[in-house]
Design a protein around this ligand. Structure first.
Ligand SMILES: [Zn+2]
Length: 414
């Protein structure tokens, strides 16, 4: 058999006990076998030296359109309300080229951190119009060599309270938006918005990804209405909800009940640790609650959970390097998830589980799948999270999309 690339002696995540060679041809994985059975006739022959191979990191929730604007915003309280208002003001000055330029910065960071699949959340409203949508579509096309990007359009500043917004969302769906989102907590009629988003999802046969329940008051939740509508529309497996920080304020029995309900109805959860930590609990001046939903506990009830980046360098999150390994480590640290099986679950929540959340059917290091393979500088899944292991290179559909050299220590002579 002929190969374009052979990766020799790697450990595939989930079967790290054995060293395997992977043969790639025509953008796909054509062979996986014990070392040296694949003969050396490939154009590129790469020694992996026992390092971990993953099918790329999967980012389910990132805002490319409003990234890298910390220098345009002045914030004082650090609350969610201030972040929304401050970005709404900055957004008035966005142009399509400006969004593309900032999006490039963020996307390139994510690529060199090993991300190969991505769901971008893009704001639609009568002020920004379809500028963000067009800009992120350009990014989707320009960076297709490294990342499969899908676009979720959503009304960040409300839908039913914002005349003209609905028409623009419809236009974006007509123009090929991959899915639709909502943000009921900013709407004057949250249940009305949830209903309308389901209506549009049905009309265009697309999945849904809500920003939801983004505070620490567990006495009421929009989650109830989302679960109800998911059941009523038979949209199970096609709905995700992001943040859901209210769940961090529940006792274990109540959390378990919500977890079972989410799993039964088929609603997935994305936790955004960096943003949630930064914005929640601002009314405390000491012993500030973490405000991060314990996703790894929801996994026990069969909920599909992902950990994601959300914002990069803006009032929602004035940090960010695009690294999902760092986000997994941050989550593990604040969720006190340090046992090997918990660390492995954290890696699952930036790889296989978000792939399921996004209903990707061709993800994974397996014969016949696209050759999307990222080499991490470690030899186990738990080490990847615990040690923030660096991605060294990525193949995207068999082509090298980035690489970085290993660091070397320069000892003094003698
Ligand atoms: Zn978001």
């Amino acid at each position: 058999m002929e190969f374009d690339t052979i990766l020799r002696g790697g450990r595939i995540a989930g079967r790290e006990h054995e060293l395997l060679d992977i043969g790639v041809h025509d953008g796909r994985i054509k062979a996986i076998s014990p070392p040296d059975i694949i003969t050396p006739d490939a154009a590129r022959d790469v020694a992996i030296d026992g390092r971990l191979l993953i099918p790329g990191l999967v980012e389910t929730h990132i805002h490319l359109d409003k990234s890298c604007i910390s220098d345009r915003c002045t914030c004082h309280t650090g609350t969610l309300q201030e972040a929304i208002a401050s970005v709404a003001a900055a957004k008035l000055g966005f142009t399509e080229d400006d969004i593309v330029a900032r999006g490039r910065r963020t996307l390139e960071k994510a690529i060199v951190q090993g991300t190969t699949r991505m769901r971008a959340q893009v704001e639609i409203d009568p002020r920004i119009g379809l500028k963000g949508f067009r800009a992120v579509n350009r990014l989707k096309r320009d960076y297709a060599f490294a990342v499969d990007l899908e676009i979720c359009v959503f009304p960040q500043e409300g839908l039913l309270n914002d005349p003209g917004c609905d028409q623009l969302l419809v236009e974006a769906c007509e123009a090929g938006a991959d899915l639709i989102g909502g943000c009921p907590y900013t709407d004057s009629d949250p249940h009305g918005q949830i209903g309308r988003i389901f209506e549009l999802a049905e009309r265009y046969d697309i999945d849904i990804d809500f920003h939801l329940d983004f505070d620490l008051d567990p006495t009421w939740m929009h989650l109830d209405e989302v679960c109800r509508q998911t059941g009523a529309h038979r949209w199970g497996g096609r709905v995700a909800i992001g943040h859901v920080t209210k769940l961090s304020a529940l006792d274990p029995a109540s959390l378990a009940a919500v977890g079972r309900r989410l799993a039964d109805v088929g609603v997935a959860v994305t936790v955004l640790p960096s943003t949630d930590l930064f914005l929640m609990g601002r009314d405390f001046d000491h012993s500030v609650p973490r405000g991060v939903t314990p996703a790894h506990r929801l996994l026990d009830h069969g909920v599909i959970c992902s950990l994601a980046t959300n914002n990069v360098l803006n009032p929602f999150t004035p940090f960010g390097d695009g690294s999902l390994i760092r986000i997994a480590n941050l989550y593990a640290n604040i969720a006190q998830a340090g046992r090997p099986e918990e660390l492995r679950a954290c890696l699952d929540m930036v790889t296989t589980l978000p792939a399921r959340l996004m209903n990707l059917t061709d993800y994974g290091i397996a014969i016949g799948n696209p050759a999307d393979i990222v080499v991490l500088d470690c030899s186990s899944r738990e080490a990847a999270v615990a040690e923030l292991s660096q991605p060294l290179l990525a193949l995207k559909r068999g082509r090298l999309s980035f690489s970085r050299p290993l660091a070397t220590i320069n000892w003094p002579a003698g």
